[in-house]
Design a protein around this ligand. Structure first.
Ligand SMILES: CC(C)(COP(=O)(O)OP(=O)(O)OC[C@H]1O[C@@H](n2cnc3c(N)ncnc32)[C@H](O)[C@@H]1OP(=O)(O)O)[C@@H](O)C(=O)NCCC(=O)NCCS
Length: 189
């Protein structure tokens, strides 16, 4: 498996994906202090509601200290502003990673997260040598499921009553893509 341990910056047509910096607290507070935005995100450890400036400081500090080998976490920069985040949880033993993401509500509907996810998946398959990537969303989070489809993943499973969401027990829908499928899709881009 390739190394890929060093912190990197990725570029897409409209976005820069880079490691979080301590100066990102204000931008993070701006997009995360919104209960609609947080509806499908786990309360712990990062997204309590109400979300305070102190919560933003703690979140950014955790990301600056993140273990890049297992949890490469990128700030999504659009223009000069951090508008969200996207990350991998890497299992190097099995050469797989899960993808998760969130974008501030002001920027929904512009296709920014599929663009970021495509770049992140390209990096994971080429630089980390992954064999499979996958992502999950609550059953009600059709926006996120659409992102996975647009990024080239296939719907694989529904785990019924999988966990406790903000409003009670919820299903988890899983999407995934194998290296061979990603190579095929990349040839057709
Ligand atoms: C889910 C999320 C990442 C989508 O990112 P995005 O960059 O807006 O994605 P897209 O622009 O490709 O839109 C995806 C779908 O969302 C829907 N959508 C777009 N704008 C919307 C809006 N303003 N309100 C509600 N739904 C909207 C559309 O169905 C769209 O699909 P389409 O392009 O086929 O029409 C973003 O909504 C988000 O961060 N939500 C809050 C956090 C979250 O749920 N994270 C995922 C946890 S699993």
């Amino acid at each position: 498996m390739a190394e890929g341990y060093e912190r990197v910056e990725l570029h897409t047509e409209r976005l820069t994906l880079r490691p979080f910096e301590l100066d990102d607290v204000d931008d993070t507070f701006a997009f995360a202090s919104d209960p609609v935005w947080a509806k499908y995100l786990p309360i712990r450890p990062n997204w309590p509601q109400p979300f305070t400036r102190r919560d933003a400081e703690e979140f950014v500090a955790r990301q600056v200290l993140t273990n890049w080998e297992t949890t490469p976490m990128f700030a999504i920069v659009f223009g000069a502003t951090v508008v969200g985040w996207i990350k991998l949880n890497v299992d190097r033993q099995h050469e797989i990673a899960s993808v998760s993401y969130a974008l501030g509500k002001d920027h929904w509907g512009k296709g920014l997260v599929p663009e970021a996810a495509t770049a992140l998946m390209d990096w994971g398959f080429t630089e980390l040598g992954l064999a499979r990537m996958y992502a999950g969303a609550e059953g009600g989070n059709t926006q996120s499921q659409r992102v996975m489809e647009k990024a080239g993943m296939s719907r694989e499973a529904v785990l019924r009553s999988h966990h406790i969401g903000r409003e009670g027990r919820v299903d988890q829908v899983l999407f995934g893509i194998l290296r061979q499928e990603w190579e095929e899709k990349r040839r057709r881009r």
